[in-house]
Design a protein around this ligand. Structure first.
Ligand code: ADP
Ligand code: MG
Length: 248
């Protein structure tokens, strides 16, 4: 068996709220193997975003360890930036720089981080924009694009660094319903290309299509996991059933 791309081991994350504490990730363990797409589902507040943020080192963990390609990235001596360069992350809000064109948004990171020449970064970015049908938007500013187009640019920006792992957090939640499909189609395409992904979503139909494995998060724990057919079609746990009844 090859080593997992991502290994989350007994992670605990606590937010302190006033005098109380809120245990948001509770002894959570999860592996994602190469080319695997793992989808996190669960009620709002169950810890999905926090888990993705911990993997990208945007939050520090209180116990446990996270490994990326076997390397212990939550060791306090590890510098976050080189780790983040190997992970692509896309959030609910598109987070494009409004004062930069589409092309400059996409090429900013590879130029800065990978020290590509601007010509190299440009041809790589244009090839990717072309693949997602947005080559003709390269010179536009984000506010001239639809929400779906902006989110596709954000995904391209994450892909241009050739990450080892992509993290997607509710990437369709801010979109008008008619724009959701084009973003989901792009993510399916990224899966087809073999990308390893950890995805938080409340789009159950999408989870069924794209997931190799679904994990149901409940109060910071993985209560149930399995194939989409198992977890979404025939859940064992009453809380999973409750959640699925509420959401459809
Ligand atoms: P989900 O993405 O599944 O909706 P989150 O990971 O966003 O869940 O939140 C899990 C819990 O952590 C919630 O109770 C939320 O209020 C809390 N939380 C998230 N971020 C912070 C923060 N920066 N400070 C304090 N509490 C937070
Ligand atoms: Mg969230």
């Amino acid at each position: 068996m090859s080593e997992p791309v991502l290994s989350v081991r007994a992670v605990r994350k606590v937010f302190r709220a006033g005098r109380g504490t809120n245990v948001v990730l509770d002894d959570l363990s999860l592996d994602v193997t190469e080319h695997e797409v793992v989808v996190l589902v669960g009620a709002s507040g169950s810890g999905k975003s926090t888990l993705l943020r911990c993997v990208n080192l945007l939050e520090t963990i209180d116990d446990g360890a996270i490994y990326l390609e076997g390397r212990h990235i939550t060791d306090p001596r590890v510098k976050p930036d080189p780790v983040r360069q190997r992970i692509g992350i896309v959030f609910q809000s598109f987070n494009l720089f409004p004062h930069l064109t589409v092309l400059d948004n996409v090429t900013l990171a590879p130029r800065r981080v990978h020290r590509l020449t601007s010509g190299q970064a440009r041809s790589r970015a244009l090839a990717l924009l072309d693949r997602v049908g947005l080559a003709d938007k390269a010179a536009e500013y984000p506010d001239r694009l639809s929400g779906g187009q902006q989110q596709r640019v954000a995904i391209v920006r994450a892909l241009v660094n050739a990450p080892r792992l992509m993290l997607l957090d509710e990437v369709t939640s801010a979109l008008d319903p008619e724009l959701v499909g084009e973003v989901l189609a792009l993510i399916r395409d990224v899966k087809e290309q073999g990308m390893t992904m950890l995805i938080a979503t409340h789009e159950m139909a999408f989870a069924r299509q794209v997931a190799d494995r679904v994990c149901f998060l409940d109060r910071g724990r993985i209560l149930e996991e399995g194939t989409p057919e198992q977890v979404l079609g025939a859940p064992r746990e009453p809380r999973t059933r409750q959640f699925l009844q509420r959401i459809v």
